[in-house]
Design a protein around this ligand. Structure first.
Ligand code: ZN
Ligand code: MN
Length: 484
């Protein structure tokens, strides 16, 4: 059966503001439960909210980075519902007049670029967090109540789990580049709720929309969507009855989704304009000021790296994965001219060690200066690339400069002409049989002699120079043999 999966994404991301959305409490992750609360964020009677300007700025930055239209006029709305993690019994959110609308983000899947439209980015406050103990008790931590939260809603324009994952990675990278959010799913700072349904492309028949919840990693998002597509495809093929709208939970242990609730109509939240807060009126000047202060965005930077340094598109994509990584690479390239060599060392050796140890690049002992200096030494023939690997390991452990390490460990290459000649002479004198083979016409014997030279020097001889001298000496011996 020809079919098409239709995937939309709603992302909630914490804004890094220091304080909460409508009060002065600190917005921190991982503090002792209920230590960052006050009458405002606990919703006690008679309190008044004051909007956090930095949070509004964060949403405007995000909206601009997503090419959205920032709304000069917008307002907060009350979303009314009762839940234990919501002590006010309403959430201050935005409804009919959000801060921004109509943007897009570009994603790459299988070598093709696709544009996913963004319906809106709005500002709201987070709820508290329910903790369910194994004995069935539920506890509430209100530290998260009132933490500034933005909601980013896409159009349902993704068609595969891979596209959904690419969308989340692109969005995460963007939020981190502009520095508005840690966008860390592990800390609940980036939470994703996809909607999935399936269309029979021949008959046009579609399954009911399913909202997926309880996804705390991008891997879970990918797997839950993949499962859901198969489930709905099967139901469609079998003509099974599905609810018009359903919320399902991902069960990571069982690798399947299970039903949470059926919705026949959308939830009735009785939204109304928030009476305690004035509407927001943003000036063109202020919006332009925010736009001007935005850093170079990941895709633009990727394209520039390809253009400016002549590195492959793939490399540029990896290097611009985070702003810090791109900064590291560019600093290294500023100090050492061979950009492709710098790219390789950053992507393979540096990223390999960072992944292996879990050390963030900002705490890495190998600075761009260290790496550039080592690349200079390799380029000058002072050490080989192979020795460079050892030096790199050592730099990563100790933070010492590469020349200091080479000196201490006696790793510098023998690249002095006289010294190399002496080694070659010794090897030739020690290996009369191999030399005889060579003179007898076996060209491959030269490689064996080269092997002896490397062995004798423990790999510390400049291989190009040694090979050149060896060839010269062998040619001379051959001339001697033929003339004699
Ligand atoms: Zn508070
Ligand atoms: Mn929301």
């Amino acid at each position: 059966m020809p079919f098409e999966a239709i995937i939309g994404m709603e992302v909630h991301a914490h804004l890094q503001t220091g304080s909460k959305m409508f009060c002065g409490c600190r917005a921190v992750f991982g503090a002792e439960p209920n230590t960052h609360c006050c009458p405002v964020c606990l919703g006690l009677p008679g309190v008044l909210p004051v909007a956090n300007k930095k949070a509004i700025e964060g949403v405007v930055e995000t909206a601009l980075a997503l090419s959205c239209e920032v709304q000069k006029h917008s307002r907060f709305a009350r979303k009314n519902y009762y839940y234990p993690d919501l002590p006010k019994n309403y959430q201050i959110s935005q409804f009919d007049e959000p801060l921004s609308r109509d943007g897009y983000i570009e994603i790459d899947v299988d070598g093709a670029t696709k544009r996913i439209r963004i319906r809106r980015v709005h500002l709201e406050e987070d709820t508290g967090k329910s903790l369910h103990a194994p004995d069935g008790t539920s506890l509430q931590d209100y530290n998260r109540c009132g933490v500034p939260l933005m909601e980013i809603v896409s159009e349902p324009e993704m068609n595969s789990p891979a596209e959904a994952r690419a969308y989340l990675l692109a969005l995460q990278s963007l939020l981190r580049y502009i520095g508005v959010s840690t966008a860390s799913p592990e800390q609940g700072a980036m939470r994703c709720e996809p909607t999935v349904n399936v269309r029979d492309t021949e008959t046009g028949e579609v399954t009911g929309l399913v909202e997926l919840k309880n996804l705390n990693s991008f891997r879970a998002v990918h797997d839950a969507i993949a499962y859901e597509i198969e489930r709905q495809k099967k139901a469609l093929a079998e003509g099974a009855e599905l609810p018009a709208r359903e919320t399902r939970r991902w069960n990571v242990e069982r690798g399947m989704t299970t039903t949470m609730r059926h919705k026949e109509s959308s939830d009735e939240y009785r939204y109304f304009p928030e009476p305690d807060l004035l509407p927001m009126a943003l000036s063109d000047e202020w919006i332009e000021e925010v736009r001007r202060a935005l850093p170079e965005l990941p895709r633009a930077r990727r394209e520039r790296l390809v253009e400016q340094y002549g590195i492959p598109e793939y490399d540029a994509g990896v290097l611009t994965g985070t702003r810090e990584m791109a900064d590291y690479f560019e600093e290294c390239t500023r100090l050492h001219a061979d950009a492709k060599a710098a790219a390789n060392w950053v992507m393979v050796d540096l990223m390999g060690k960072l992944n292996e140890t879990g050390i963030p690049i900002t705490d890495c002992k190998v600075t761009p200066e260290h790496l550039a200096k080592m690349l200079d030494m390799i380029a000058a023939g002072t050490i080989s690339g192979k020795i460079g690997k050892q030096v790199f390991e050592d730099m990563f452990e100790t933070g010492k400069l590469p020349d200091v390490i080479c000196q201490e460990r006696n790793l510098t290459l023998i690249s002095d002409d006289e010294a190399v000649r002496a080694v070659v002479d010794e090897v030739l004198a020690d290996s009369p049989n191999i030399v005889a083979d060579y003179l007898g016409g076996k060209d491959r014997a030269a490689a064996a002699l080269m092997g002896q030279i490397m062995k004798k020097t423990q790999g510390k001889v400049d291989p190009k120079l040694a090979n050149k001298i060896l060839r010269e000496k062998l040619a001379a011996k051959r001339d001697e043999a033929t003339s004699g």
